[in-house]
Design a protein around this ligand. Structure first.
Ligand code: C2E
Ligand code: CA
Ligand code: CA
Length: 511
């Protein structure tokens, strides 16, 4: 037996306290006595041993788990910084790279450079060849940019067909060289299943200055990129403060135009189309004008491209369609014109690609009771050729409605004869550039005759626009041309002047 003051008792107590406090490796000394108290001590040590093993195992498991969690977290972070399609950096990664480039002190005459690139015509590729071909183009473009830059440069895809490149430190000249190299690489043909395509690009360039944020640089590169786009394909533009003003004016113009379409700020002018042999007026072409409250009258060549870019062209086209066909109905009701008289309406490529447009035409005909044959839609060659796949267009549907279809600006585009034959159109309107010189240039009548022959060989008729003199009108008549339009007959006039113009033309014809 042991006594109350046996020193082993206090050792046991201290040992248990140590174990309880977490020191699982501590053990209590066993005495040589090997009595009951020693048995308790040995039991306690065994328990401590078990506890220690269990604890260590647990700890190991927790460590493995923690490691796994950590790795998963890193992976997620990497994914959050990566564009899944091209495996290039994404917007957040780009901004981070820009920030560290700005924070690192660049050597003299070098600075962080940001290039922002947007593909030209990518939407058409995507729409006409399908999304998987579109994806393939994006991946290829990404690879080519990577090839054109240093490994230390960061290449990102910001979404859609927009790419960005950060060069941590470069001189303006170096930046120029790299940007042009990228344009050249990207402009090479790209193979997608079944065909090879070319895709241009526009680049905006921003050079970091002191106190600039990554967002500032991105905004500048964006403004410069739009300036490149406005200049045409495969351009590079460096940011300059003047561009900000251009952008502001442009967005103001877009807002004003939106308002004008919705709140009757637009007007139509009408220009007669005359049958040359008889002088009869076949109809009028509707030409849109914008009455700007401060800038006065703005001509379509200036605002149609704005409407197209800002996505307002369908809305504008619908307004023109309504206004022109309703006007024709009114003239007919007032007996200003008869049911052989037609109105010609210019339509955009966007309208041509939308099935809704066919419905809109059907609707306005029903609403007004105007005959389908009294409406002629003028479409430019460029609008049709752009997408290549004829079937994608609503030409057939429009044809089915019975409205007339006419190719506008003929002779300025790409039409081949075989192509022209396939189009469901009745007439072409020969661009006025083909009449320039008719009257002074002795070779010109031969050219006009050749064009006329070509058009007729395709089973079509031609309208000649831009007739400015009596002499030109006379020559066209002699050559056997059917109808014509131009300042010689009348300038485009507001609707209230149309009855007067028609009357005076009829008078002229009868003389
Ligand atoms: P366009 O369809 O080729 O229209 C003919 C243009 O030539 C008109 O200019 C007209 O005023 C002008 N013109 C007519 N006769 C003569 C002439 O004898 N000599 C000369 N030098 N010019 C003449 P405008 O009205 O400025 O229209 C320009 C273009 O804007 C049009 O070319 C057309 O492509 C587009 N446009 C006009 N209205 C609309 C519209 O409602 N919708 C769409 N999408 N485009 C329109
Ligand atoms: Ca036209
Ligand atoms: Ca034209």
């Amino acid at each position: 037996m042991f006594s109350d003051d046996d020193p082993r008792l206090s050792r046991l107590l201290e040992g248990i306290v140590r174990l309880a406090s977490g020191d699982l490796s501590s053990r209590i000394e066993v005495s040589p006595a090997r009595d009951d108290l020693d048995a308790i001590i040995m039991g306690t040590n065994l328990l401590a041993e078990d506890l220690q093993i269990i604890y260590e195992e647990l700890e190991q498991r927790v460590q493995v788990r923690t490691q796994m969690l950590h790795e998963a977290h890193l992976k997620m972070q990497a994914m959050a910084m990566q564009d899944p399609l091209t495996r290039l950096a994404n917007r957040s990664a780009l901004l981070e790279a820009l920030r560290s480039a700005i924070d690192a002190e660049a050597p003299d005459d070098e600075a962080p450079v940001l290039l922002l690139m947007d593909l030209d015509g990518f939407k058409t590729i995507n729409d006409s060849l399908g999304h998987s071909a579109g994806d393939q183009v994006l991946v290829t473009v990404g690879e080519r940019i990577r090839r054109a830059v240093r490994t230390s440069d960061v290449v990102a895809r910001l979404g859609g067909d927009e790419f960005a490149i950060v060069m941590p430190a470069a001189s303006p000249d170096q930046a120029d060289i790299v940007a042009h190299r990228i344009l050249a690489e990207v402009g090479e043909p790209i193979e997608v299943p079944g065909r090879s395509i070319r895709c241009g690009a526009s680049i905006g360039l921003s050079i970091g200055g002191s106190g600039q944020s990554p967002e500032d640089m991105l905004m500048e590169a964006d403004v410069a990129m739009y300036a490149s786009k406005a200049e045409g394909q495969n351009r590079l533009h460096r940011f300059e403060p003047g561009l900000l003003l251009v952008r502001r004016l442009r967005s103001q113009l877009v807002e004003d135009l939106r308002g004008a379409i919705r709140n009757s700020g637009l007007e139509l002018a009408y220009q007669p189309v005359v049958e040359l042999a008889t002088g009869r007026i076949e109809g009028v072409e509707a030409l849109v004008r914008w009455h700007h409250p401060e800038r006065g009258i703005i001509m379509p060549d200036e605002f149609i491209p704005v409407a197209e870019e800002a996505g307002l062209i369908s809305e504008l086209g619908l307004w023109v369609l309504h206004a022109a066909v309703h006007q024709l109905r009114d003239w007919q009701a007032e007996s200003v014109v008869d049911s052989r008289f037609s109105v010609r309406i210019n339509i955009s490529a966007t309208d041509l690609q939308s099935l809704q447009f066919i419905e809109d035409v059907r609707e306005v005909l029903k609403e007004t009771g105007v005959l389908p044959s009294q409406v002629v839609l003028e479409l430019t060659e460029a609008a049709i050729v752009r997408g290549n796949e004829l079937d994608r267009y609503s030409l057939g549907g429009l044809r089915g409605l019975g409205v007339g279809l006419e190719i506008d600006d003929f002779g300025t585009g790409y039409s081949s004869i075989s192509y022209l034959r396939r189009l469901p159109v009745d007439r072409v309107k020969v661009d006025r550039s083909l009449l320039v010189g008719l009257g002074d240039d002795p070779t010109q009548p031969a050219l006009v005759a050749a064009v006329l022959q070509l058009v007729r060989a395709c089973g079509l008729e031609a309208v000649w626009e831009g007739v400015e003199t009596a002499e030109q009108a006379g020559m066209l008549r002699e050559l056997g041309c059917l109808s014509a339009q131009g300042y010689y007959f009348s300038r485009p006039v507001p609707p209230e002047q149309v009855p007067e113009v028609l009357a005076s033309l009829a008078e002229r014809a009868s003389q």
